[in-house]
Design a protein around this ligand. Sequence first.
Ligand code: ZN
Ligand code: ZN
Ligand code: FE
Length: 759
Amino acid sequence: MQVRKEIQVAGIVQGVGFRPYVYRLATDRKLGGNIRNTAAGVSIEIQGPQELVEDFVSRLPKDAPALAQITQVSVRETACRLDRGFEIRSSHTGQHVSALIAPDVATCEDCVRELFDLRDRRYHYPFINCTNCGPRFTILRDVPYDRPRTSMSGFPMCEQCRAEYEDPEDRRFHAQPNACWKCGPQLEFWNPQGHALAASDPVEAAVEHLRLGEVLAVKGLGGFHLAADAVNAAAVERLRERKRRVAKPFAVMVRNLEAAARFCDIDAEARRLLTSRQRPIVLLPKIEGAAIAESVAPNQRDLGIFLPYTPIHHLLMAAGKFAALVMTSGNLSEEPIAIGNREAVDRLGGIADCFLVHDREILLRCDDSVVRHSAGRLRQIRRSRGYVPAPVRLHKELPQILAVGGEMKNTICLTRGNLAFLSQHIGDLENVESLDFFHDAISHLSRILEIEPEIIAHDLHPDYLSTKWALGQKGVRVVGVQHHHAHIASCLAENGVEGRVIGLVLDGTGYGKDGNIWGGEALYADGGGFERGAHFAYVPMPGAAAAIHEPWRMAVSYLAQAFGEDFLGLDIPFVQRLERGRAELILRMMDQRVNSPLTSSCGRLFDAVAALIGIRQEVSYEAQAAMELEMSGRSSCETAGYPFAIRRENRCWLIDSSALFGAIVEDLRQKVGTETISRRFHNGLVDTLVRLSRLLREESSINQICLSGGTFNNSLVFEQLICKLESDEFEVFTHSEVSAGDGGLSLGQALVAAHSSPS
Ligand code: ZN
Ligand code: ZN
Ligand code: FE
């Protein structure tokens, strides 16, 4: 008996080889019908003997191509018709668009093979791609995803490319960026003034300059990279100096897994992440004595490492035979990554000695993602290229919301139905360039996702540029969300947790409801609201922002709290080195409450300890002191921990660090090693948090606990705490799909805003 069915498939099913897959699924079974792209995904009609049609329907989601992400399949019976076999029909446009856009995908193995195959017509072609790989998000101008709406629109396909593009049996069927030497984009080698230099092979030219220790600016997928030979200390120094990046670690690109294993300890999980189609930078433990310049990642035990993900990278790494290349964002310090050729010359001309550019436009900037594997799961440190704009699946439907994130490591989030779309990493909204990027990301993402927000969610901090932008929008409801509530809500959203939880937030800075700077918080929270259950005892931050850049100020603040002004008589190196005049000035500032806001920040506590034990007095990038303190602690096997007091005040628990500082000072007097002290601090903090969690569980009968906040990027705290909480039978929820730091904030803001009622 013949039957005919109509099937609607929603999700990421366009531009990922889904239609040829369906074509083969149908023709293998000799079924008739057709498939076409629709605004929501694809629509299929299928006709044939009942059991074959049923087999087709059940196979459809199961064997789908790796890049496809099916969110919904609906099937309905329809009347039989006459087909001429199975055909692929052209897309309909102009309707409401809800099909999902695929992220950029690393060059696939088939394409790499062709790239290095002398007989292939795309031998060494720097823009080779197919339906299974290549640029997507970063070349997209509008939806639906079709060549004319990408930056490939200016490159009409040659006859051969067109034939591949139109052949359902071909790997390049409807591969929108399909191109070759004859018809596609080309590389050029430029000098720092932006003049093209004659080079028969621009890649070879670039390689020669890299070998001389020069800095190369190379146009990638989501922006320019600055590259230098990672083994050549002078080259790396030069890059640091010119980029004005004193100490923040650089990531390195290596040719393959074998090369990676020469620098880092690599296990099966690391191998999987390094070769995943997202190709993120993976943080891995550096091998002792690895042949890499120390200045690549000074004072770090981890190295950020990644594999080539575009044909240009493959060509560079193969031609240069580099052990490792520093590949860092093409920007000055914290500015956004450069994407245009002229823009790059303007902004990077003083940094790079030469440029490897091309004429395929990058329409959306997108930094490399940074991840690590910790406590059994993937952890996003910076979720960007390769992951964006794939949505985070929510467990319930939300109205259309725009959440604008915080100030640092900003991302925005748009919601539609049960999907949350986080933007790429936008960065710190402190300079004009980042703010422009922030505006662009909002307008571009809402356009391609066709979301018109009914609500805009923002942080409570009145001075954040994101807050100011939100408050300036007319005709929509605007909702302010407390920073740490948003952190916990982000964890609730990604894990689909309903009901009230204990939310442990270990964080740097967030505007508190009492006007103080919060940061080490335990909240009783759900999507709708929160109560403060505990926090780190307040200490003054002498000099406000200056105390963030100069951790020694925080050490003075904590010492003064623990010992009073008597601390100036302590016989420990920190005090002996302290400039009396400056210390007294700071004590007076705190006394008179001049420019000394109160904080319960966890990050500042780490800073204070790092300064006190001589690890770092001033920082050149965010969280530097805390990271170095962690690295130091990881070098020790110490199991003992320092004491912290937990006391009750105003219906709230307080973690008091006075006893901690007493114990550290005693150890410093006894000349206990830095690494041991650092480890005892970590151990003590974890034990205290477990103790606190039990107290909170006792008083609330809540057993579900969410961990969020930037300090959880510290794997020593993170892994120990999870382990101890779980063995104490807490149900622990953490982040995996989005960052625990401020990069995940916008997701939580959206969830809280969805719970808010119009007033
Ligand atoms: Zn491919
Ligand atoms: Zn061609
Ligand atoms: Fe935060």
